[in-house]
Structure formats: C-alpha cells, structure tokens
Ligand binder design. Structure first.
Ligand code: MN
Length: 252
C-alpha cells in the first residue's frame, strides 16, 4: 500500500469574478508521486471535525508554499510589508501541523509550510526580510528571476540533524522565493539549516517523529534541477509508509 499524503491547498481565483478555487502547483504532486507516495490534495476545510476526519485517513501531511500567515496567530501586529494572506489556510493548516506533531505522523513543511509548523508550536516570524533583517542576500531571487529552479543561495545544514542524515550532505544550494522567515523557534523544534546571512532555512522536530520544514522549494528542484533534493521526499514518503498510526497509549 502506498502511503496517503495530504497536500494542503491554497485558495486562488483564476480571474476576478470567478468563485475561489482550491489547488496547488503540480510540482508538489509530482514530488510525492516520484518518491512513491499517493498524493491527495486537501482543501482548507474550516470545520475542525471534518478536517480531522480527512487528517485521520492520511499517513503524512505536506504543508505547501503560499502567502503569509496572519500575524495574530503569533501574537504580532501586521507589519506594513506583510504580503498576501490566506486566512482559510491558516485555520486549516495550523491544526494539521499540531495534530501531526502530537501524533508523530510525518510532517513536511515547504516555504509557507515551515512557517506554519513554527507558528503552530508558538514560534514567531519576520514579516518581511528586507524590512526587518540586514542582509545582502535576496531571499526572493528565484522569484525575481521568474525561475523556480534558480539557485539563489547555499544552505549550511547542522551535521547532527535528521535533514543532514536524509540528504547525506551538510551543504547544498537552494532556490529562494520567500520574503518572510522563522524568527523565534517554536517549542519542540530546532533550527537545522541556515542561509549564509544566518536566516533560518530549515526546522525539524526534536522528537522521534518525522517533522521537517524547509524554507526553499525542493519540490521544484528534485525532478531535474537539483536531484539531491529528491532524498528529502524519499525519506518523507518512507516515514509515511512506516507510520502505523498506533497511538502512544497503553493497550488495555
Ligand atoms: Mn532563502
């Protein structure tokens, strides 16, 4: 049985008068497929009971990229440079992250996804890197180049991290299409990769369960531009396949 992996959808309109759509870029689906998983696009269901009914059937959760999280979720006021919000996604993704971490269900966060994981665990975000961090690096360089695969900067990965273990390396290049970043790291998480300017580019859980968030977009790199990133998806899907769902409770 292939593990069932939920990919959180964003909301968008394909034109101004169109009713909102739920969906995501095909590269997320392709990355899960190529690593042997069965991808399932998850709509941002607002009712928590229904959302949990979807979540309960999954072997793993992939929190995908997208707009900014409403700052109220980490106790901050909106910065003038705050970008596009997607409140429906906040309502759905924050519980998904909390449940997955609590249950030890494998969780992979990409771009916005690393930020959701951090906020779900009480962490905070820089709302706009150019406005709040002094750096020479352009963390939206791949976006500016209109090339999702453009290698924007290197990453230094903590040698003792799960990320280093699954990637089999401690330095790698990444694309970069973000204007926000992790600030204070949430409970039960640790920073495990950094850009040359010190911006946190990966988090992982401090417990046994697979919890990894990356600030880049490896789903856009793994197929061809930089196949080294494929290892992350292979490790994630393998963990999902191994997840039994057995709760850590004493049997009666
Ligand atoms: Mn970056």
């Amino acid at each position: 049985m292939k593990p069932l992996i939920g990919i959180s959808c964003g909301t968008f309109r394909d034109h101004a008068w169109c009713p909102p759509s739920f969906g995501h870029r095909q590269t997320y689906v392709d990355a899960v497929l190529s690593a042997g998983g069965a991808p399932l696009l998850l709509p941002p269901v607002q009712d928590e009971t229904t959302l949990h009914a979807l979540y309960a059937r999954l072997d793993g959760v992939l929190l995908a990229g997208g707009g900014d999280i409403e700052p109220k979720h980490y106790g901050a006021e909106p910065h003038p440079r705050l970008g596009l919000l997607d409140p429906l996604r906040d309502t759905a993704e924050l519980p998904l992250a909390r449940w997955a971490i609590a249950d030890g269900k494998p969780l992979l966060g990409i771009c916005r996804g690393i930020q959701v994981i951090n906020v779900a665990r009480g962490g905070t975000l820089y709302q706009d890197i150019p406005a709040q961090i002094t750096t020479e690096l352009q963390h939206n360089l791949s976006y500016e180049r209109q090339d999702w695969t453009y290698p924007a900067h290197t990453l230094r990965i903590a040698p003792d991290s799960r990320l280093a273990q699954v990637m089999g390396l401690v330095e790698v290049t990444t694309n970069s299409l973000h204007h926000q970043a992790v600030w204070e790291v949430g409970a039960g998480l640790r920073a495990v990769a950094w850009a040359p300017d010190g911006v946190i580019e990966a988090l992982e859980g401090t417990s046994d369960g697979f919890v990894i968030g990356v600030q880049g977009h490896p789903e856009a790199l793994q197929a061809a531009a930089d196949p080294r990133w494929r290892a992350l998806f292979v490790a994630f899907v393998r963990s999902c396949a191994a997840f039994t769902g057995a709760p850590a409770l004493a049997a009666d």
